[in-house]
Design a protein around this ligand. Sequence first.
Ligand SMILES: Cc1ncc(C[n+]2csc(CCOP(=O)(O)OP(=O)(O)O)c2C)c(N)n1
Length: 617
Amino acid sequence: MLKEVLNDSGKAFLLGNEAIARGALEAGIDVFSCYPGTPSSEIGDTLSYACKKLGNFVMEYSVNEKVAVEVAAAAAFAGMKGMAAMKHVGINVASDALFSLAYTGVRGSMVVVTADDPSMHSSQNEQDNRWYGVSMKLPVIEPSNVQEAKDFTKFCFELSSKYEIPVFLRTYTRLSHSRGIVSLSPLPKKKFEKVNWVSDPKRFVVLPAHARKLKVELLEKIEKISSVFSRWDGNWIENGDSKFGIIACGLSYTYVKEACENLGIDAKILKISSPYPIPKDLIFDFLTEVEEVLVVEEVDPFLEMQVKALAKEEKLNVEIHGKDVLPSNYEYSISIVEDGIAKLLKKESVRNKANNLANLAPPRPPIFCPGCPHSATFYALRKAVNELLNEGIEVTFTGDIGCYTLGINKPFSAIDTCICMGASIGIGCGFSYVLKEKTVAIIGDSTFFHAGIPPLINAVHSCRDLTVIILDNSTTGMTGHQPHPGTSEFGCGEGEVVDLKSIVKGCGVTFVEEVNSYNVDKLKEVIKKAIMEDSVSVVISKQKCAILRRREAKAKGKKLRAYKVNNEKCNLCMKCINEFCCPAIYFDGEKIRIDPVLCASCGVCKRICPEGAIEIT
Ligand SMILES: Cc1ncc(C[n+]2csc(CCOP(=O)(O)OP(=O)(O)O)c2C)c(N)n1
């Protein structure tokens, strides 16, 4: 629980992400920065809470992951303790800084949390960020339970400080979002105090001449760390009674334990919590004691390849398996691991039935919330493009990542592409070169600040014919309502609000109009006008996220007044259901009704009803 994160000692029932935050607090963190993204977001939300309560460290929700890493790195350059957290794809954004940070190293300590998402519960891809460890030459630590999540975070700070190197802590959805009882250590009594900068350009200015020397030092550091990992108690061997061994990493370790029990086998197990650099000596010892080994790890054969390479290098006579009997995609489960082991040992798998029961749950695809301003924007957009289509003007939609990606669904069908944050405008620039249709790029406010500004400048500079609709709901909605530069908070206090419209104008856009999203008639007209422009046009569709409106009303003791249908006037044309699709409006078989509990009082249904049959209660 959030409050328990600040307990002085004893035990607490924590979410994996809360445990990571607690680990950072126990380590005495000075500066924390993040950009939200599932499954990492609660690390930032917990440290934002802790920062306001403790006041002995600083934190910010940065504009994007690259900036987050740079902010934390600056603290570590100055001899302090910095940590940055993000989802796996955030590391792609931050990677430019990270590759060179590996060279400079740090004076204090720096931990970078990468939250991977096997099975893509809430992500556009399933990239395995352990590879970043190899290519950047940065250590990767991977916990397998909530206690380890806390303890290993602390360990990452210690390792980073000792070897003056940034360290990755790799978590993943199933750990970040599960709860467990965690034994706490006391929080250090510390103050936050500024320090003086000690200049060392040979280290912190990566000119080629400096970088060449730093690269050699980096290789030496990583070699040393590999031997440290062979002695670290986060990696260990469990002796079994057979010549069959299993090497397991992360959550797979816990699956392996149960799968072996279910199958009644007593395998030797090597638990690896440092997938990079691998503890070579420990793995060597393990391989010499077995004849056949199965490497169990989610997603890529990352350890498997390294173990095979080591066995070949050392000319060991051992058969190594992994992805030949286990899948390279999606999360594992006890039954998947059990099947893999059984297949290899030619045993009958005693399948765990829980997974099959999960399949019985009815599918519940995500939908816009009642009163979501994005529904109103997509309603107006769909109306606008239908009217333009009648005039022979066709439109393509480039989408972006956020709640508004749901505009892909019927009846709006207004997302043709979605790749990564900011790509709506970048792909829109490209489409405007090659497509006959007009292009509309749809992007959220947080996403615009994160990655939308450079492509907008690009569009203006290269004279593109492109309409950009910025959906400004004054929050980073999809990840849990974190602040962004367009809002008044920055994580640890009140900040300066950066005006979206001024930025758009500052990028050189001359057609910029801001419209209340709920004013669907005006919005439709403005969108049509914007699309008909032959240059870059920007429409800012502005209205606070309905969940926040509801919360604010509640906090002020105000009750939102629900709308209702006057069934005398309603002629069952179904436009409110078929064209607007508000989850609060339904047809009960005879009449259209509005669920007063769900209604968020946006009033859009009243505006669009041709019969004037919707009234405020
Ligand atoms: C590089 C990267 N970082 C973070 C995320 C997680 N993420 C998905 S959408 C989004 C922002 C959503 O906010 P906004 O653009 O304001 O749209 P809203 O959800 O409020 O409609 C974030 C942070 C991501 N997909 N990629």
